[in-house]
Design a protein around this ligand. Structure first.
Ligand SMILES: *Cc1c(COP(=O)(O)O)cnc(C)c1O
Length: 424
């Protein structure tokens, strides 16, 4: 029996409508910017395997760090215990992102966001000021798939089925006047304002200038609300700086990181806070402490992978890759738009480039699938989100490889776009 058939009999895939989607592609191995299918074809991973892979697949430094850590200390509960990988990683992150005081570990982007939301609400209770019970987030924001994260990411449009029971989060239009008006009216009740800085990822690769994001942060800060930044996707260089907020004049009070944190090899996330936020949780009673912790909090193997990934930035190689990718996008994206009629809204922030496909394609619809399958045939892993086609490659990709990907796309896209249309 083929692997696809066995998969079909046993597995329920993420974000997949099994009734209409093509069978999953069996991947046998990966190296650098490429994935290799079971039947031996090579695919250029143009989206870093859901935005996780930073330096390329199976990077030998990270592989070695994982192997060594797995043979030394596999896991220990993190309440009441600590270990070198967790401490060194926390120290490394605090020095890479100045302005923060403490690192709280969890396992994935969604939980990093849950932790941030809980910290914001609990903070106001702990400091004994009139309680702030509102949370605010942005239209088109996406923050993960757990309940708090879904509530904050309701504006991504993915979670209608759960809206009746989602916790309350105020969803603001990402426009400065609307945000200023909201904070003027309700700011004194807002515990925290959660946003993806510079690029809203899963909500459609929507990009905003630093000055605009700064204006939103200023409105929240003026009202005293904590600023919570979700850099689960934008972190670790995607926007051209190590963290997107480093292009802003505001440093957040709380920062969520995951996805690329381990270079894309193991699940791990952190919620970083300022020292002032941490201090608010100190006291004699446990009720002031943060009631949160996962079984695999600060797993040593994942921390060792993340530390190896962070050390790679010290070599300068990722930064050179980021600059190469950005320059290649700037050169090739206009050529793609000129070659394929109907493409609109080309945009770029650092290593992320996106364009809108013609029509009104829906997430997981026939058009996305037609484009994805045509790309596979041409050796590219690209996966439009609805009508948004984007590149977010690992930093090891060469300029020639990325340029070739654009050329190939320009050749195959016109036919692929007529291969499937979506009605709403
Ligand atoms: C992917 C993503 C998340 C959720 O992360 P998971 O690891 O998938 O739970 C949260 N926020 C942003 C901005 C993301 O891109």
């Amino acid at each position: 029996m083929s692997l696809s058939t066995r998969d079909e009999k046993s597995i329920w895939h993420p974000f997949t409508q099994h009734h209409t989607s093509a069978p999953p592609l069996p991947i046998a191995r990966a190296e650098g910017a490429y994935l290799y299918t079971q039947s031996g074809e090579r695919l250029l991973d143009c989206i870093s395997s859901w935005w996780t892979c930073l330096h390329g697949h199976c990077h030998p430094d990270i592989v070695a760090a994982i192997a060594q850590q797995a043979a030394t200390l596999d896991h220990v509960l993190f309440a009441g215990h600590t270990h070198t990988p967790a401490v060194e990683l926390a120290e490394g992150l605090l020095s890479a992102a100045p302005g923060f005081g403490k690192v709280f570990y969890s396992d994935n982007g969604s939980t990093a966001v849950e932790v941030a939301l809980k910290i914001a609400l609990h903070y106001w209770q702990n400091i004994g000021q009139p309680q702030r019970t509102r949370l605010a987030a942005l239209e088109h924001g996406y923050h993960g798939d757990t309940f708090g994260a879904m509530a904050a990411g309701r504006g991504s449009g993915f979670f209608y089925s759960y809206s009746a029971v989602l916790p309350r989060v105020d969803i603001l239009s990402p426009e400065t006047p609307a945000i200023e008006a909201y904070f003027q009216e309700h700011g004194a009740d807002v515990a925290g304002f959660l946003l993806e800085p510079l690029v809203q990822g899963a909500g459609g690769m929507r990009m905003y200038a630093p000055s605009i994001v700064d204006a939103w942060c200023a409105a929240a800060r003026k009202a005293g609300a904590l600023v919570l930044m979700d850099e689960v996707m934008t972190g670790f260089g995607r926007t051209g700086t190590l963290f997107a907020h480093q292009q802003l004049s505001h440093t957040p009070d709380v920062l969520c990181l995951s996805k690329g944190i381990t270079g894309g090899m193991l699940p791990l996330s952190v919620t970083m806070t300022t020292e002032a936020v941490f201090q608010a949780f100190l006291g004699e009673s446990f009720s002031r402490a943060l009631a949160h912790g996962h079984s695999y909090t600060a797993n040593p193997i994942a921390c060792a992978a993340a530390l190896a990934s962070l050390r790679l930035f010290e070599s300068g190689a990722p930064q050179r890759g980021m600059a190469t990718i950005a320059a290649t996008h700037t050169r090739c994206l206009p050529l793609l738009c000129a070659a394929v009629p109907g493409l609109t809204n080309p945009r770029q922030t650092g290593t992320i480039a996106a364009v809108d496909l013609p029509g009104d394609a829906v997430y997981g619809g026939a058009q996305s699938q037609a484009v994805r399958l045509a790309c596979y045939k041409a050796g590219l892993l690209l996966r439009p989100m609805g009508k948004v086609l984007y590149f977010m490659p690992p930093y090891c990709v060469t300029s020639a490889e990325l340029e070739q990907a654009y050329t190939t796309l320009a050749e195959i896209l016109p036919a692929a776009l007529t291969g499937g249309t979506d009605g709403r």
